[in-house]
Design a protein around this ligand. Structure first.
Ligand SMILES: [Zn+2]
Length: 492
């Protein structure tokens, strides 16, 4: 399946994104929410197991997180919202109904602005509602595939964990737009401390509705896709479905309204069941819970408590630090990394050079070694010192990188790391330095000739030789002295 497939018909995608809210306890009881890795069915109580006679009690923390996310999505926060029971039978649902918001959700009518392939795009958000999660079915198969299990097990540890579901309008017109929308939604949730937004662990789950519009512009039959566990599989599943639906229509077939599951191993979607309509679920008002009332004063409090949002931070970084769009996108992707960068600049590192180091070196080391920027051993003040020393010509970039590696690998001060790297010895002077420079010139006679004949007007060739000299000396020479000797030898 190639991402370059051009659909003959307009692709129409709407997404339902479930975010697991970062509360310490479940939505209607005091069971903890950190169920991952626990013994199955140990993280439960009579309320989340729906033992008759128990009553749910709403977690105010989840309401606050839902309201914050709604504000981040430019929604109107409702003064009055309530819960319904969504009735359906499935083994992972102990009550045989899910408590969810239906007619009156907590937040309505927002949007998320995206940039996809250089073009601006606004995706409208229909609403955000709160609901409880279901348990988990475990299908023991030997090869990890969806089909072929002889029996299923059920684990209720996750049952009752609070979710916010963000329902978009069908405004996305390509799989790439859908992917970008979910990435920006995850970023917002993380900036607001609402959710970890990990697709792999299931704290962010996406159900996609996709249809191809008819020749007269009316919406075609929509198909719901589930079971996409990464951004890549989300995009692949939507690409696959675009091709499948086009081919079916081309050959005179029709699209069945249904739910299909993405099979990541095979790279296909498979029919799961015909889609229930809302009336099949039989929604009833949840009479055991009082309505959620949020006063205007409380909404104002939520607004005042909002941190700087991703797009606000991007604008400010462009204004204050003069970085490129690409640099800003990488540095502000995580709030903690953006803060690390800002602290490095505040400690005196020049913004452009600091951006390079954070992007190229710090992120590379985090990727290689794992861990997060919050527990990265080189603190912003120390990185700023290294960057300043490079800027002042006291250290070469190569030695700077060695020093960073040393600081991450071992507990030592910056001074000790500089000594260990050999950069402070500056042993290479006079004849020893001359010898290295001779070697570089001999190895690059053509480049030297161009410079000597005055044709290196922009100085790029000289910089190239300077770089080679610094590399050969491993930073054990003073960059200024090395540069002077090199210029003299080239007759400059
Ligand atoms: Zn419980």
């Amino acid at each position: 399946m190639s991402a370059s497939y051009v659909s003959k018909r307009q692709v129409v995608i709407g997404l339902e994104v479930h975010l697991q809210l970062n509360t310490t306890t479940k939505l209607f009881c005091s069971c903890p929410t950190d169920y991952i890795g626990k013994t199955p069915n140990s993280n439960v109580c009579p309320i989340c197991l729906a033992v008759p006679g128990t009553l749910p009690l709403l977690n105010d923390g989840a309401v606050a997180l839902g309201a914050r996310m709604g504000l981040g999505l430019h929604c109107k926060i409702q003064n009055y919202s309530n819960f319904h029971r969504k009735n359906y039978f499935y083994a992972d649902l102990a009550k045989a109904y899910q408590i969810t918001q239906y007619e009156l959700p907590i937040a309505t009518g927002g949007y998320m602005d995206l940039e996809v392939g250089g073009a601006a795009k606004r995706v409208r958000v229909h609403h955000l509602h709160l609901e409880e999660d279901a348990g988990k079915l475990v299908h023991p198969t030997t090869d990890g595939r969806l089909t072929g299990a002889m029996y299923s097990l059920v684990d209720y540890n996750r049952g009752g964990v609070p979710l916010s579901e963000v329902v978009s309008e069908p405004d996305m017109s390509s799989p790439a737009e859908a992917r970008e929308y979910v990435m920006r939604l995850r970023q917002l949730a993380r900036y607001l401390d609402i959710s970890d937004g990990e697709m792999e662990s299931g704290s962010l789950r996406v159900d996609a509705n996709i249809s191809l519009s008819n020749a007269d512009g009316s919406l075609g039959t929509r198909v719901e896709i589930k079971n996409m566990n990464s951004f890549k599989s989300l995009e692949q599943a939507l690409e696959y479905e675009t091709v499948r639906q086009n081919k079916a229509l081309d050959s005179g077939g029709r699209i069945v309204q249904e739910t299909r599951l993405w099979d990541n191993a095979e790279g296909v979607t498979r029919s799961m069941r015909n889609k229930e309509t809302a009336s099949d679920y039989r929604y009833y008002p949840e009479m055991d819970l009082a309505p959620i009332v949020i006063t205007d004063e409380e909404i104002e409090d939520f607004k005042r408590g909002m941190p700087e949002l991703p797009w606000e931070k991007r604008d400010r970084f462009a204004r204050d630090f003069g970085l490129s769009k690409e640099e800003i996108a990488i540095i502000t992707e995580q709030r903690e990394l953006a803060q690390y960068y800002e602290d490095t600049v505040a400690s005196g590192a020049p913004p452009a050079r600091a951006a390079n180091w954070v992007r190229m070196e710090v992120l590379r080391m985090l990727n290689e070694r794992g861990g997060t920027i919050s527990d990265f051993k080189v603190k912003p003040g120390v990185l700023a010192d290294i960057v300043k020393k490079i800027e002042d010509g006291e250290l070469s970039s190569t030695v700077g990188k060695d020093i960073l590696e040393l600081l991450v690998a071992e507990d030592m001060s910056l001074d000790d790391a500089i000594k260990r790297s050999g950069a402070s010895g500056r042993r290479l002077t006079g004849d020893a330095l001359d010898g290295i420079i001779s070697g570089v010139l001999e190895a690059n006679p053509d480049v030297a000739d161009v410079i000597r004949s005055g044709q290196d007007r922009k100085g790029g060739k000289l910089k190239f030789l300077q770089g080679l000299v610094m590399k050969e000396t491993r930073g054990q020479a003073d960059p200024k002295e090395a540069s002077e000797v090199l210029s003299r030898r080239l007759g400059l």
